[in-house]
Design a protein around this ligand. Sequence first.
Ligand code: SF4
Ligand code: ZN
Length: 332
Amino acid sequence: MRDKAPKTDKPIAVWSEKEFLNTDQLDALVVILRGRGCYWSAKSGCIMCGYSNDTTSGITEDDLQAQFVSAMDKYKGEGYVKIYTSGSFFDNREMTDDTREKILVMAGDGGKNHVLVESRPEFITADIIDRALEHVSSLEVAIGLETANDDVRKKCVNKGFTFANFERAATILKEKGVKVRTYILLKPPYLTERQAIEDAVDSAVKADALSDTISFNPINVQRWTLVEELWKKGLYRPPWLWSLAEVLKRTVEVTNSRIVSSPSGGGSRRGVHNCKKCNKQFLEAVDRFYMTQDPSQLEFSCTCKAEWLDTLDFQEMMGTTGDVSKLLGIWE
Ligand code: SF4
Ligand SMILES: [Zn+2]
């Protein structure tokens, strides 16, 4: 049976969640728009990205505006509005200036709201940010840096831009008083678990000066991606929650940015996970850490910690970045 065609004038999802702005906790409205998709995904694509599954061809400017009007039906004066397009909010291929302006006017609600959007660095110019700030008094732009290491970004992520490109964009944002949220990928493929931890910590330290918030995104194995192919063959395992905890604990001590993580698919085989006994409690602890920035929230004990520690060693002994438990036929 064919899937029902998605409604092009309705967003993919809208919900409210807790967030932090400076030192205040507040509610945030989250809007996932059904967009035309990221140009980089169509051209080459990041190897873990399945966002093209959330995009639909033939989306018009009217559709995008109607989606946001529909999303704002759920708006209850949250004070913070996050807009995700599965691409770049500032790419003119994804929406025109006119649509962008209308969406920002609605989201900003007369200067009442802090508004977050996402963009690749190449679309961030002084001019486009000035125009956005005509409609929104408080703006935040999230950039998927993924790693501060250009080799890892190129060979393990295929991101298509450099650290220098990120620095250029983040500097413009900082000069304009716009907050920068930097996404760092936890465990790109072809790194061992230990290398992935070190890469994430090192990346946070390097991105700290140009960031207000650093958000760690553990890989969630998405359909129709190269990462899924590796995962199916036992050549990739999403990171352990132990690794995420280690990265959060270490980086919160050595950076000035707010350190957060909202793992998608957490606790499942495709997402960041430990064992069935501790996944849920561990993810709740990550949520508490998000709000408190208190590393003691992440002190945990479970028998699976020994398996994680063994994984760190076995990968090096075996010279593999694969899923040692699958390769050895143990544990899972
Ligand atoms: S830049 Fe973002 S949306 Fe585009 S392919 Fe990469 S991860 Fe996906
Ligand atoms: Zn466990």
